[in-house]
Design a protein around this ligand. Structure first.
Ligand code: ADP
Length: 489
């Protein structure tokens, strides 16, 4: 039985620095449960002095403890033990489900195994990458030596708190760095539990630290801290731009930025079984209530199957039932909070004002307490400058556009701002490959939509969707810097 009582879950306290819970007082912020809007905790934001303390600790401990210099396989062993503890910890699953938008069954079946496996993937990377040796003169030896950066700042969003933390901490720690992680102020708790488990697994205290607070003070003090050598961020494009600018002005730090998206689902007449296709498109825009940067939110469908496919989607949307995240039967995620609910409502209203027709949904579910569950929504009669096509909504809203010729479909799939992902659905291999080449996006899924458990495949955006890669060998290598060496002998 996975259902639990949300009032009986014991919450970790405050910040987690040097293996200790810190209850520093400062600006208070309330933490709410997305499922019913109830305030269930108050935390205190880390100010610049506390951020400094966390970074200083990380800087010191990563050296003193030998984490940076130990045999890499030893780091791999600790990370594997950490992944095992993550998989066994029911409290972690409950904290994630209670405080975020993820139903408990989804957390247990997907989020936790996905988090643990990502860490295992980086445990395997720890000793697999080396530098290089160059042909120089007879009496010299040229080398490229990889070394960890030192302290890496990680800043994560509220939509997938655990797996986002694993994407940042896995490669950074495996490569021998320390991490100071600031989770979203909306979902602060599960990451602290994750860090406690890391210490239990044998990670030296102070090598992974969690600080709580919003972006304006805590996040920006972290990015600007002189001992932070690299910043890895997932979140909105606007915040990513601010972080890039701060990182440039405060030490020219390298950044990895995984940002927003407005990804197309390009469906051709020959895409195969329409029921399978409808399920795939449905998952693509409603998973986590549409609150995923990779959500496939623009259906671009060839005229021959447009009506049949949208009919099926409308029927699937009508089946969706909301339910609090701590019930085992719940499958559909609430929006994170009222602010996000109002944002979804305002973009839908603006879309309608510009001629969009609501095929299904378009409103908040009426039969829920204070949670913001938004009905899966299909909007037709939209052109490319409609706000629902232009803006990342971060809610379960799919726009529908149709086309007749391939060229026209490809033109509609392009987006002015974003280039994160795209889905291409056709059983014609040449057409699929033409589309893959033409689409300007960091990931193209063909006859599927969404990530698999293949952590070897990196992910990252083009255009306003970001810089650099998470996952894959690339993310590990981006957590080390290369030093050129020339030895005369
Ligand atoms: P959202 O509001 O959709 O969560 P953001 O991109 O604003 O998206 O937030 C993602 C993460 O970035 C959160 O942890 C947030 O606190 C943090 N953040 C916001 N602004 C800044 C900033 N100026 N500097 C550093 N971190 C920030």
């Amino acid at each position: 039985m996975l259902s639990f009582d949300p009032d009986k879950v014991s919450l970790p306290v405050g910040h987690y620095i040097d293996g200790q819970h810190i209850q520093a007082q400062g600006t208070a912020f309330a933490v709410k449960r997305p499922s019913d809007g109830k305030v269930f905790a108050t935390l205190y934001e880390a100010d610049a002095a506390l951020v400094d303390r966390a970074v200083q600790v990380a800087h010191r401990r990563v050296k003193e403890s030998g984490w940076a210099s130990c045999p890499p396989r030893e780091r791999g062993r600790v990370l594997r033990r950490w992944a095992d503890l993550i998989e066994q910890d029911l409290l972690l699953a409950q904290l994630e489900s209670l405080g975020s938008t993820r139903p408990i069954s989804d957390v247990v079946q997907h989020e936790i195994p996905f988090t643990a496996e990502a860490i295992r993937f980086y445990a395997e990377c720890a000793d697999k990458y080396s530098g290089d040796v160059f042909p120089t003169r007879d009496s010299s030896l040229g080398m490229l030596v990889s070394e960890p950066y030192g302290v890496i700042a990680a800043i994560t969003p509220w939509n997938f708190p655990l797996s986002m933390a694993s994407w940042k901490c896995g490669p950074a720690l495996a490569a021998g760095n320390a991490v100071v992680l600031k989770p979203s102020e909306l979902t602060p708790f599960s990451t602290v539990r994750m860090a406690e488990l890391a210490i239990q697994a044998g990670l030296p205290a102070g090598v992974l630290n969690i600080i709580q607070g919003g972006g304006a003070v805590t996040g920006s003090s972290l990015v600007k801290h002189p001992l932070v050598r690299k910043v890895s961020f997932t979140g909105s494009t606007l915040t990513g731009a601010r972080i890039m600018s701060d990182a440039a002005q405060h030490g020219m730090k390298p950044v990895t930025l995984e940002l927003g998206g407005k990804s197309p689902q390009l469906v051709f007449d020959d895409a195969g079984d329409l029921d399978v296709l409808a399920q795939r498109i449905m998952r693509g825009f409603t998973a986590n209530g549409g609150q995923a940067c990779v959500a496939g939110t623009r259906l671009i469908v060839q005229q021959g199957i447009a009506a049949a496919l949208t009919d099926r989607l409308v029927a699937l949307c009508r089946e969706v039932q909301p339910g609090v995240t701590w019930h085992e039967q719940s499958r559909y995620a609430p929006l994170i909070d009222e602010r996000q609910g109002c944002k979804v409502a305002s973009v839908v209203a603006a879309a309608k004002a510009q001629g969009a027709e609501v095929l299904v949904g378009g409103e908040r579910f009426g039969n829920t307490d204070a949670g913001w569950f938004w009905q899966p929504t299909l909007l037709s009669h939209v052109n490319s400058d409609n706000p629902a096509v232009q803006q990342e909504i971060f809610g379960p809203v799919l726009t529908v556009q149709t086309f007749s010729e391939e060229e026209e479909g490809l033109a509609l799939a392009a987006h002015d701002t974003y280039g994160l992902c795209a889905g291409v659905h056709t059983l014609s291999l040449p057409r699929a490959l033409r589309a893959m080449r033409a689409i300007e996006a960091g990931t193209v899924w063909i006859n599927r939509y969404g990530r698999s458990g293949d952590f070897i495949i990196p992910t990252g955006g083009f255009l306003g969707s970001g810089i650099g890669k998470d996952l894959g060998r690339q993310a590990f290598q981006a957590c080390q810097r290369q030093k050129s060496v020339l030895i005369d002998f």
